[in-house]
Design a protein around this ligand. Structure first.
Ligand code: MLT
Length: 325
């Protein structure tokens, strides 16, 4: 028995030293950051912005890989089942929390399949439409949608996407069952909105602000409690009489469960350095958002946020009775 105990102890020591050695040199090669939506969309924009800056402090390239589909759950599942070696991470948003209720048979256990790196940013949403959509302002937009729900198309990025959540809140607020058109991300959805193939969308300012400024789409309201500095003339949904539509899209970075703690620490430190960079903050401000504060760019803060948001959205989704499966 003593020999077995000695062997087990030496094996454990070997594992610990191996893991520590692995993490001490970490990162020794490029890291993949999975974005669970199409390239060119808001999540992709946030990911590429922070990945570029994190690469500088990590000394290794972080490459973004877009794995779209099923409202972000395909990409999340890809990371949940990846090697827990610190070389695959996930950048995802509020959909990580809503999908835990929307999908009753997810390929992963949301609260046990991931380790946490930290929060990244919290992005406002805008109610937008193709540029020739008739209503002139938010009041007219609400009336028009209520009266024509069955002949209007609303784009989203699939059940579990932020655009799906906002669209669901909008339909609930108006009691208007609008025809929805799902995409693998609001990047391609924006292309169809610009082309007039789809009528309206609720999407993040990281994807809409440039188009609104350019007049290539029409904006009606923002989903934040206060008006945005970049769009001072856009009313809030509360001003429009739709307070239940307030939602901001928080983003976090995750790693597969079991990732070496030293790797998590280095990733979180690199994230905090990226969010403290003036250039990153300026670019985010231009896109209508801001970096999460350093105390939120931590594993503990992201874990607390995910847990509280799952609890917050579960009753809302159950009341709507909308599920993906
Ligand atoms: C995207 O990056 O395409 C969006 O975040 C999709 C969504 O959540 O609406």
């Amino acid at each position: 028995m003593a020999q077995f105990t000695r062997f087990a102890g030496l094996s454990m020591l070997g594992l610990m030293l191996g893991s520590a050695a692995l993490a001490q040199g970490y990162p020794e090669r490029q890291i993949t950051m999975v974005v669970p939506f199409s390239a060119g969309g808001p999540t992709d924009t946030v990911a590429r912005l922070v990945a570029e800056k994190m690469s500088e402090s990590l000394g290794q390239q972080i490459i973004v890989e877009n794995v779209g589909g099923a409202g972000g759950t395909l990409g999340a599942g890809r990371v949940a089942s990846a090697e827990a070696d610190g070389y695959t991470v996930l950048l995802h948003h509020i959909g990580m929390a809503t999908s835990a209720t929307l999908y009753r048979s997810l390929a992963y256990d949301t609260l046990n399949a991931f380790d946490y790196v930290g929060l990244v940013t919290e992005v406002p949403m805008t109610l937008v439409a193709r540029k020739d959509f008739e209503p002139a302002d938010m009041a007219a937009f609400v009336s028009y949608v209520k009266e024509n729900a069955d002949s209007i198309t609303l784009a989203n990025a699939g059940i579990g996407a932020a655009s799906h959540l906002c669209g669901m809140l909008f339909m609930q607020a108006l009691d208007a069952p609008i025809v929805t058109v799902p995409y693998k991300g609001t990047g391609p959805a924006m292309t169809d909105l610009l082309g007039g193939q789809v009528d309206i969308m609720c999407d993040q300012t990281t994807n809409t602000s440039e188009q609104v400024r350019g007049g290539t789409i029409k904006a009606y309201a923002v989903t934040t409690p206060e008006r945005l500095e970049i769009f001072p003339d856009l009313p809030t949904v509360a001003e429009a009489g739709l307070p239940g539509m307030e939602v901001a899209i928080w983003h976090g970075i995750y790693a597969p469960k079991g990732t070496p703690p030293e790797a998590i620490e280095k990733l979180s430190a690199a994230l905090q350095a990226a969010l403290a960079d003036e250039g990153v903050a300026a670019k985010m401000a231009d896109l209508g958002t801001a970096p999460s504060p350093a105390e939120d760019a931590t594993p503990q803060a992201l874990q607390a946020k995910l847990e509280s948001e799952i609890d917050r959205w579960k009753p809302v989704i159950e009341a709507a009775g909308v599920y993906a499966d």
